[in-house]
Design a protein around this ligand. Structure first.
Ligand code: NCD
Length: 318
């Protein structure tokens, strides 16, 4: 018998990742936590409500590769939460161009900021610096490796449009070999019991290691180079750019470029949405832009609430 009715409230720290390096570090509950947080922050992201939650905090941003959406949405997210940013996009104006090492540059950023976002052409760069600095590290793309925050906003876009992720049929289309967005997304979708198809030219198939991991986790997927085989059954057509900059040989790229083009007549009458992490080159025709199928611009906006959710929890967790 309980003598004293003292209720002990156990404070459960629901999100306790220190860094965001790979989506493989996320459990389903971590992803759901971030998506729910993002939903609560949408009004702040749209400036309909104000927040000072990260007031006085500084986000460091080291973008060794070009970026528009990821960089700007991180900056917007930080500022909407009352914080500020320091950093560079492109190395010309920083001491990296004088030959400073990644380790030294990261240590400098550590002393100027409360969390660090890094995009680098080398796979493993974010992981590498997470071992030498103490501030939380967010991977904004490491070569052809991972892009976990893009995946979180992709999942958010899907959930926002269908009110669920489970049970959907998702086709990942384009450069599945070098595209880091699809590498992260395939792992995450694998946690949600979706049906996946991987549609790519034979030369740009999903890496064997990813396929192996998915199989090991009993995730079902179908591989093809023919989009027409799957297009009638998909709920989400996730289209990607052929990653020209990752090809060792430019001639190989020229053979494959333009492999897929989604246009209005291809999808007219079908019950699906079209997503793309952007930038697009020629894989989605502009005649899709003014149709109900276009979710790629909305998707880019969701980068703000989702990255707010990440920053809020990563910086507060310090
Ligand atoms: C992607 C990237 O950098 O991997 N862009 C982005 O972050 N939205 C996709 C790409 O560059 O093709």
């Amino acid at each position: 018998m309980i003598k004293n009715s003292i209720i002990t409230l156990r404070v459960v720290k629901i999100f306790n990742l220190k860094n965001v390096i790979s989506i493989k570090d996320f459990q389903k509950k971590d992803i759901e936590f971030i998506l729910n947080e993002a939903e609560n922050l949408e009004k702040v992201a749209k400036s309909e409500e104000k927040s000072e939650e990260l007031s006085g905090k500084i986000l460091g941003m080291m973008f060794f590769e070009p970026s528009t959406r990821t960089h700007l949405s991180f900056e917007s997210a930080m500022k909407r939460l009352g914080g500020s940013c320091v950093g560079f996009v492109g190395t010309e104006a920083s001491s990296v161009s004088k030959g400073e090492t990644l380790a030294d540059t990261s240590k400098m950023f550590e002393s100027y900021s409360d969390a660090l976002v890094i995009r680098h052409n080398l796979e493993g760069a974010a992981k590498f610096i997470s071992n030498i600095v103490d501030v939380p590290i967010i991977n904004a793309g490491d070569g052809a490796g991972q892009h976990p925050t893009q995946t979180l906003l992709d999942l958010y876009t899907i959930r926002r449009n269908f009110d669920k992720i489970k049970g959907l049929n998702v086709a990942l289309v384009g450069d599945l070999k070098y595209g880091r967005t699809v590498h992260s997304l395939a792992y995450a979708l694998g946690l949600f019991d979706v049906e996946m198809s991987f549609v790519s030219p034979n030369e740009l198939k999903m890496p064997k290691e990813t396929l192996h991991d998915l199989k090991k986790n009993n995730v079902k997927f179908y591989q093809t180079n023919n989009l027409k085989e799957v297009i009638d059954n998909v709920d989400v057509l996730y289209v990607t750019r052929i990653q020209k900059e990752r090809f060792p040989d430019e001639e190989e790229y020229s053979k494959i470029k333009g492999a897929y083009c989604i246009n209005k007549s291809l999808i007219n009458g079908k019950d699906l949405i079209v997503m793309h992490p952007l930038p697009r080159i020629d894989e989605i025709s502009t005649d899709v832009d003014n149709t109900k199928y276009n979710k790629y611009f909305e998707q880019a906006f969701y980068g703000v609430p989702v990255r707010m959710a990440i920053l809020k929890n990563i910086i507060k967790n310090k």
